[in-house]
Design a protein around this ligand. Structure first.
Ligand SMILES: [Zn+2]
Length: 209
């Protein structure tokens, strides 16, 4: 069952991702060894079944079937270089499971506002609020703020190679890492592709010229 396009504060999504990390690791996210153990969280801690499928449609990345506790992943995710996209999609499906599935009432009649049966099919082009929130959850789960801050203590992000190295450390794609770094204000990349230490530095640069 699901509340379609349920509203969540960003801070609530982050808290739920951190709670999952604490529940799995049993200690504060700051002590986690990277990358986050997404396969174990998915299959052992949450006891969800993973099924690899050839969906014949490259736009469909994954699907969640809560009644069967199943996550179906498109085989195209494995053809990419690196595990970044695969890890992010798994974390995204965990996001739906945590944020959008009522796990306490799986056999009961749906409550008002819920629909049943529920199947979530995730397309790369689909961008409703549930999809955006599942993406946010995945970002917080794989790149927790404390660990990002710890990693950035001795790092400087001044080019794409720096981003690629950080992405590899956290097991995500360079695109996902860039978004997280910009959100935490560790870097700002202008439309022209220039690297700045922060958005403020970029804006300041503009006023000087
Ligand atoms: Zn989705």
């Amino acid at each position: 069952m699901i509340i379609k396009n349920k509203f969540y504060h960003t801070k609530t999504i982050e808290r739920k991702a951190n709670e999952l990390l604490t529940a799995y690791y049993g200690f504060e996210p700051a002590k986690i060894k990277l990358p986050v153990a997404i396969d174990k969280i998915l299959e052992i801690h949450l006891n969800l079944n993973v099924l690899w499928e050839n969906f014949k449609d490259d736009k469909i990345l994954a699907a969640l079937v809560p009644q069967e506790k199943m996550v179906a992943l498109n085989e195209i995710l494995t053809s990419d270089t690196g595990k970044g996209r695969e890890n992010f999609t798994k974390a995204h499906e965990i996001g739906h499971w945590i944020l959008h599935v009522d796990q306490t009432n799986s056999d009961a009649n749906p409550l008002p506002g819920f629909s049943k049966p529920y199947e979530k099919i995730c397309r790369s082009s689909l961008q409703d609020w549930d999809e955006k929130n599942a993406d946010k959850f995945a970002s917080y789960l794989l790149m927790p703020e404390e660990l990002m801050r710890a990693s950035m203590k001795n790092e400087k992000i001044s080019n794409w190679e720096d981003i690629r190295k950080m992405a590899e450390k956290f097991g995500v794609s360079s695109t996902a890492m860039r978004i997280r770094l910009e959100n935490l204000n560790f870097v700002y990349i202008s439309e022209e592709g220039s690297f700045f230490k922060s958005k403020a530095e970029f804006v300041g640069q503009g006023t000087l010229m």
